[in-house]
Design a protein around this ligand. Structure first.
Ligand code: XMP
Length: 342
């Protein structure tokens, strides 16, 4: 089923099977989902208080908005800045949510703690576990200051559930909002989106009246830039990947290509290569650019960015980002690769 989009006539075959052979009617609609979910959340939560992690992505924004509708003042939304976000992103998240939720929105800068705990760690799964655990511990410590909560809400989607492994699926990556949570978490989990795919969540977000920049924001992994830096995560390496990533995204925006690309980002490799800059020999990092087209994120194709755009981006990155002397473009689809590098 995962390769449906990339199989010739795949969606048609599936459509015929569901509507013809199985007699499905296709009655799912965002409005009905919102009404049902708000009612369910209200019934489950009752008079208790709920804490919702907000990352700036569409998933957590939808969860927070559903909860706001369901239980209003019983909701507190918390943004933990783990210092692994893209350029200006933390500021953008705060500017988006503070006016909407007022004092029910709490922003915490925990970047130094995360950087400290990631020191010397190079294994991708270990990075994810550390980030997941530090994230929830920070949540606990900060929530403590806000009084009693019974529930914690997450923007977990169906692909996260499948890819984090279960009875019938192999663990591909430990997604930090699923497998990375410690077993002794003291709140009860609410995951109102766990049966949905990203495109369905975007439809719901539009229906909920969320702003365009949230509805169409590219997905961004919970562990952030830590899984886009091969090898150790340091303040210096974060700066490099952030600067390269910002140039890549700016240029895609400027050329109007962003609209055709589902996800685009820079990755910092864990190796050096020789280069020449003016009369000087350099020995610096390569940056890998990754851009994909996909609708469900379960399969993906690499985006055909025109040569002249890639050349311009590569030249800007090498000239403007200290520590980088080479730019590569990833032309692998998913499968066999994944979208992220780690
Ligand atoms: P992969 O790399 O598995 O990514 O092909 C599929 C989609 O999931 C996002 N992703 C993550 N999201 N926590 C998240 O919340 C994670 O650990 C994580 N890893 C990957 C990825 O950006 C893509 O959209």
């Amino acid at each position: 089923m995962l390769e449906v989009q990339h199989t010739p006539c795949g969606p048609q075959i599936l459509h015929n099977f569901l509507y013809g052979a199985c007699g499905c009617t296709g009655g799912w609609h965002p409005t009905a989902f919102i009404e049902e979910t708000v009612a369910q959340l209200r019934a489950i939560i009752g008079q208790d208080r709920v804490l919702c992690g907000v990352s700036g992505g569409v998933d957590s924004a939808v969860v927070a908005t559903l909860l706001d509708r369901a239980v209003g003042d019983q909701l507190t939304a918390m943004f933990i800045d783990h210092g692994l976000l893209r350029q200006n992103e933390a500021e953008q998240v705060i500017a988006t949510f503070a006016p909407r939720l007022g004092d029910r929105f709490v922003a915490v800068d925990a970047s130094q703690q995360f950087l400290q705990r990631l020191q010397g760690v190079t294994d991708p799964e270990q990075k994810r576990r550390i980030i997941g655990e530090t994230f929830i511990r920070t949540f606990e410590a900060e929530a403590e200051k806000l009084g009693e909560f019974r529930y914690i809400a997450h923007g977990t989607l169906y692909p996260d559930v499948i890819e984090s492994g279960g009875a019938q699926t192999a663990t591909i990556k430990t997604h930090h909002n699923v497998g990375g949570l410690p077993a002794d978490i003291r709140w009860e989990n609410l995951e109102p989106l766990r049966r949905l795919f990203k495109d369905e969540v975007r439809q719901i977000a539009t229906q909920l009246g969320l702003p365009d920049e949230i509805v169409n924001r590219q997905p961004f992994p919970g562990p952030g830039l830590a899984v886009r830096i091969a090898g150790e995560v340091t303040a210096e390496r974060l700066e490099i990947v952030r600067a390269a990533d910002a140039i890549f995204r700016d240029e895609l925006q400027a050329t109007g290509l962003s609209d055709q690309i589902a996800q685009s980002f820079a990755v910092l490799a864990d190796l050096h290569s020789v280069g020449v800059m003016g009369d000087e020999r350099t020995y610096a990092y390569p940056v890998i650019l990754r851009a994909v087209t996909t609708t469900d994120y379960m399969t993906a194709d690499w985006a055909r960015i025109p040569d002249e755009v890639l050349v311009h981006i590569a030249s800007r990155i090498v000239n403007e980002v200290a520590g980088v002397n080479r730019v590569l473009y990833d032309v692998t689809s998913k499968p066999p690769a994944t979208i992220e590098w780690e």
